[in-house]
Design a protein around this ligand. Structure first.
Ligand code: SF4
Length: 454
């Protein structure tokens, strides 16, 4: 039987797409390979959010080519959508398939492997490898508007919970209608599209039936969910349906833009014990001047209102933020304003990104770039601030009793677990994954909090 492996780069949305693809390939008669070395086909699902993400994908192609020269390499994802020719020029790449055509990957792979994928694939493979070795890589891309989110959503309902991860990700929205000056996502993922509420509920039911206790609802711009549907179906409405119509124990949200953190949404989270008390609210800069230059549509005052609203209603909630340092024209004063702003806000963790100019964006070719050394220094300073804020949050919760879901066990008699408010715990004893435990937090460490069952 012909075999495949998938390597995934980037965000939760790409992870959901990779899970869906894995199930489609299993359904079309291919077997999973133990690793890239033994796979007949290797799919790389790429990210293009930074220049580093691009070069990581190119390195992966080269590495696979060296380690397994017979493998057919199929490259897909955001980099494939943005710059297919760049990837097609790499030696060893058989196909480059953009996001818009991802649904066609199983068909392409079946053709690549010959008419009989299930048996005597070897002969077909040899023939194909000859023609592939001679010809250049083929490209399949298209208009992102044409893409159907149903095709790129999770696996068949329920399939991903048991096979892929304890906390399956369910992508219910793709694309983005905004044009933040640094972001290439709208170019590679197109305009916002949402999975209809009935389909969301069906997916959740399937995942629960397969054993999922927590599901992470995700999207490229999750807060814009449902605005493209007729009738419109806001995120709150679909969340209420999930709560009313499924037995899901816990629903978590991926990133939601500050303007979509409304009073109603926070009240909804506060009203249900089944919604994780965890908000991830991108900030990007704490300088209004930089936010304007980034084409962000809120200012620091609005952001502060939203996160303080969360903190008032939910004193124990995790509140995380993304921040970009070194956006073109960011002065020392802008950076200091960002650090001071973050220090004042009730944030519990930070994801810090160094600015990287992306083609096809407003900040593609900056005349006022910040020096790389300065960017590094600013990133270091904000990461240190993020660690301080995380430690303060953990310390404030020491001694509490919490409920956590087990993730994985280690050899030394411990098990990792996660709370609704995103505390990463290391509990004593080995326990199976995907079980709830009541735990007493005993001490905060760098990243993990020690906890013991009670
Ligand atoms: S909201 Fe801005 S940063 Fe987020 S995906 Fe859309 S354009 Fe990119």
């Amino acid at each position: 039987m012909a075999t495949f492996s998938i390597e995934n780069f980037g965000c939760r949305a790409t992870e959901a797409a990779a899970t869906a693809l894995r199930h489609q390939l299993l359904g079309s008669g291919l077997a999973p390979a133990a690793d890239h070395l033994s796979a007949d086909v290797v799919v790389l699902n790429t990210c293009t959010v930074t220049a580093a993400a691009d070069s990581q994908a190119r390195d992966a192609v080269r590495k696979i080519r060296r380690a397994n020269p017979a493998a057919r390499i199929v490259v897909t994802g955001c980099y494939a959508q943005r710059a297919p020719e760049e990837l097609a020029a790499l030696e060893g790449v058989a196909w480059v398939i953009g996001n818009a055509r991802q649904a066609e990957i199983p068909r392409v792979i079946r053709e690549l492997l010959g008419p009989d994928t299930n048996s005597s694939a070897g002969a077909a493979l040899e023939e194909n490898s000859l023609s592939l070795a001679q010809g250049p890589a083929k490209i399949l891309t298209g208009d992102m508007l044409a893409q159907d989110i149903l095709a790129s959503v999770a696996a068949p309902p329920g399939a991903s919970a048991t096979h892929d991860r304890t906390r399956p990700i369910l992508k219910i929205q793709d694309g983005c209608n905004n044009r933040c000056a640094y972001c290439v996502i709208p170019v590679v993922r197109g305009r916002s599209r949402s999975l209809p509420p009935d389909a969301v509920v069906e997916q959740v039911r399937g995942l629960v039936a397969a054993g999922a206790r927590e599901i992470v609802l995700s999207g490229i711009n999750l807060g814009s969910y449902g605005r493209d549907l007729a009738p419109r179906a806001p995120l709150e409405a679909v969340v209420r349906r999930i709560l009313n119509e499924t037995a899901l124990a816990q629903l978590r949200f991926s990133s939601i833009e500050p303007q979509d953190i409304t009073e109603d949404f926070v009240a909804l989270v506060a009203s249900s014990g089944r919604l994780a008390r965890h908000f991830h609210v991108p900030l990007q800069s704490g300088s209004d001047r930089v936010l304007r230059a980034m084409h962000r549509w809120y200012r620091t005052g609005h952001y502060a209102e939203r996160v303080q609203l969360i903190r008032r209603r939910l004193p124990d909630a995790a509140i995380g933020a993304d921040v970009i340092v070194g956006f073109p024209g960011e002065t020392r004063e802008d950076f200091e304003a960002t650090a001071a702003f973050i220090a004042q806000q009730p944030l519990t963790y930070l994801h810090v990104f160094s600015f990287s100019a992306r083609p096809d964006t407003a900040a593609a070719d900056p005349s006022d770039a910040v020096a790389p050394g300065v960017i590094q220094e600013r990133a270091r300073a904000l990461r240190a601030l993020g660690r301080e804020k995380s430690a303060a949050f953990r310390d404030a919760l020491a001694g509490r009793t919490v409920r956590a879901l087990t993730l994985k066990s280690g050899g030394d008699g411990w098990t990792d677990a996660l709370t609704g408010n995103y505390l990463k715990l290391r509990m004593t004893g080995r326990h199976p994954a995907n079980q709830w435990h009541e735990l007493r937090l005993t001490a905060g460490a760098e990243d993990l909090v020690a906890a013991r069952p009670i």
